[in-house]
Design a protein around this ligand. Structure first.
Ligand code: TSX
Ligand code: MN
Length: 596
């Protein structure tokens, strides 16, 4: 090890956690194949290799460890003010003491893996290095797909390069002879997902699942990176990145921010229905953005794979994702078919007559339980995606022309509207959210759950400072070089509860209008809430939709907006005395335009 500080941290972690063995991950395919094979031999995983799918593997987690645990997620700083009202906070020295106690001997009987990884293409000015230490082979296999790992990262680090320390343990040491459970983890109240932004450090304990354990993703690329971005004048955002090419051959890049259950991955891999239009994927979840010398905002996807929700993914909703997961994919908590393939709810129109469910039990179509867990996942290399853009790993990033902010809103919010200005765009992103449906575990059906910038669980500092940072970013270049900002709602319904917009590939019609707005090929027309397409600007060629539906999709109803404004005011109480002045100014302007 050339990097003295990294070696010291590894040695210190060994002395705390007392693993039986230490493995430095080199990032090769043979290591991955060997570790996957070992998991299958140890009955921790099942090989999925059949006529549909090659070199895939299925893991089943403990039923208590199936999702991110926001109530056990902390932004740990010296002062509570710096975490703000949207984060759980424990004073950093106190939390470190508490967690150090738990890490004592926590890897006994296990192998400790050291995974150097790069978020972003190796060597890009956008990229950041992390090292994850973990005792979970599942985490190692997933990190290998989701990030760039191994020796090439150590080469970049050199002798004294900067890196984010990411420590993870499932919190289940084994005494000699003790059998290892299928999915070791701790009870929920002993789990900790802790970010220490003042130390560029992440400590995760007690969970092996997704965003709790794959520390490059939400913990680093959003929570820690949002702090780095604020200090260094860039943005770390929960955004897909889409490459859009017109029939004339002009290419533009868009970002899209959506809360969960809005089909973000589906949009990232959209097949446009409009003739001649081409859409390609740059990323489906996270964007790191910075201004370059030409004054434009450029974005990279810091990840190397997709960790997508499998349930609901089908040849109808997302054929490109279905092709992406035909090989070299890790499946988690999906069902197993009788011929050794995977299945989840809504994957096929008819249910198989028998399955092994995500907990390993027999399942029949009349079983009361779902066969796959609703938060079941696929982990697949981005390079598998048939519509991945050839330049998706460009270290220079791609220039962003427009930013989309959406939500699932059955009423009130138009299909699409453009902000009047960058500041108005920050306002519309601050009020985005989804209406709570029966699928949301909550008793507040019909209430809007606000999720500003789709970043509520991911802003690693005070939300008021986050809004101010966005506003400051808008001042770093001239206004004509800033991306345009749009509000999106694919989910508006009529009075009978039917969706007004067909969605999916037909969303390319909305993307075309956005493209035209940024190219100056259309002008739109002002509504009280923002700029909407003028008559005939939304290309409806070949679409069977009646004029009434289009009218309803763009209706700005004064009574509904009065209620919306009251709901926004209620949400803004979250900020207490620290509501950014620009937000209250934009709210006042909205009130004036709506006429209250
Ligand atoms: O992903 C979706 N998108 C974006 C696609 C690029 N979904 C699925 C959301 C769950 C994750 C959508 N669902 C979209 C959408 O645009 N729109 C809808 C609502 C809808 C559902 C079904 C139909 C129409 C709209 N129609 C029929 O099923 C025939
Ligand atoms: Mn996400």
């Amino acid at each position: 090890m050339r990097h003295k500080h990294l070696q010291e941290w590894i040695d210190e972690t060994v002395s705390w956690c007392e693993p039986d063995r230490v493995v430095l991950w080199q990032g090769t395919k043979s290591e991955y194949d060997n570790l996957a094979e070992a998991q299958i031999r140890a009955k921790k995983a099942i090989r999925i290799d059949n006529k549909h799918r090659k070199n895939c593997i299925l893991f089943r987690t403990d039923p208590s460890d199936v999702a991110r645990v926001e109530q056990r997620t902390f932004i740990s700083t010296k002062n509570e003010r710096d975490a703000g009202p949207t984060n759980n906070w424990i004073r950093s020295d106190i939390l470190k003491d508490e967690m150090k106690r738990r890490y004592q001997g926590s890897m006994r009987g296990r192998t400790m893996y050291v995974i150097p990884f790069s978020m972003g293409p190796i060597g890009s000015v956008f990229s950041k290095i992390g090292v994850e230490i973990t005792d979970s082979p599942y985490v190692v296999l997933n990190m290998h797909i989701m990030t760039r790992t191994g020796d090439k990262v150590l080469d970049i680090l050199g002798e004294n390069g900067d890196f984010v320390k990411c420590l993870h343990s499932v919190g289940y040491p084994l005494s000699p002879g003790q059998a290892d459970p299928l999915w070791p983890c701790t009870p929920i109240e002993e789990k900790f997902i802790s970010q220490f932004p003042e130390d560029n450090m992440i400590w995760s304990y007690g969970s092996g699942y997704g965003g709790n354990a794959l520390l490059g993703k939400k913990c680093f690329a959003l929570r820690i990176a949002s702090n780095q971005a604020r200090r260094e004048k860039w943005l770390a955002e929960h955004m897909l990145i889409l490459k859009l090419t017109s029939p004339e051959g002009t290419t533009k890049y868009l970002t899209g921010s959506f809360p969960s259950a809005c089909g973000k991955t589906n949009l990232a891999m959209i097949n446009p229905t409009l003739a001649g239009w081409k859409a390609e994927t740059i990323g489906d979840d996270i964007a790191w953005l910075r201004f370059k010398d030409d004054g434009r905002l450029y974005a990279i996807n810091p990840e190397a794979g997709f960790f997508g929700v499998a349930s609901g993914t089908s040849w109808k909703s997302n054929p490109n994702a279905m092709k992406t997961i035909e090989s070299d994919t890790i499946f988690t908590n999906v069902a197993l078919t009788d011929d050794g393939d995977v299945w989840w709810e809504d994957m096929t129109e008819t249910k198989p007559s028998h399955l092994i469910d995500w907990q390993g039990r027999d399942w029949y179509p009349d079983s009361p339980n779902k066969a796959a867990h609703p938060n079941c996942r696929f982990t697949a290399p981005a390079s598998n995606c048939p519509v991945i853009a050839e330049n998706w790993e460009d270290p220079e990033g791609v220039p962003i022309s427009a930013m989309l902010f959406g939500g699932r809103r059955p009423s009130t919010i138009p299909l699409v509207y453009q902000s009047f200005s960058f500041e108005h765009g920050v306002f519309l992103a601050s009020i985005m959210g989804s209406e709570i449906t029966a699928a949301t575990i909550s008793d507040k059906i019909g209430i809007v759950r606000r999720d500003p910038f789709a970043m509520l669980p991911f802003i690693g500092y005070h939300i008021s400072d986050y809004i101010e940072h966005w506003l400051e970013m808008g001042k770093l270049t001239s206004s004509e070089k800033l991306p345009l900002i749009f509000s999106i709602n694919w989910f508006r319904k009529d009075e009978f509860g039917n969706y007004l917009w067909p969605g999916f590939g037909e969303n390319s019609r909305v993307l075309k209008w956005i493209f035209n707005q940024s190219e100056g090929l259309s002008r739109g027309i002002a509504s009280p809430v923002g700029i909407i397409p003028a008559a005939n600007e939304l290309d409806l060629t070949g679409l069977d939709i009646d004029e009434n539906a289009i009218e309803k999709l763009f209706e700005v109803d004064t009574e509904s907006w009065k209620a919306e404004i009251a709901s926004i005011e209620d949400h803004y109480k979250l900020y207490g005395d620290l509501l950014p002045e620009e937000l209250s100014k934009q709210l006042d302007l909205l009130k004036q335009r709506v006429g209250i």
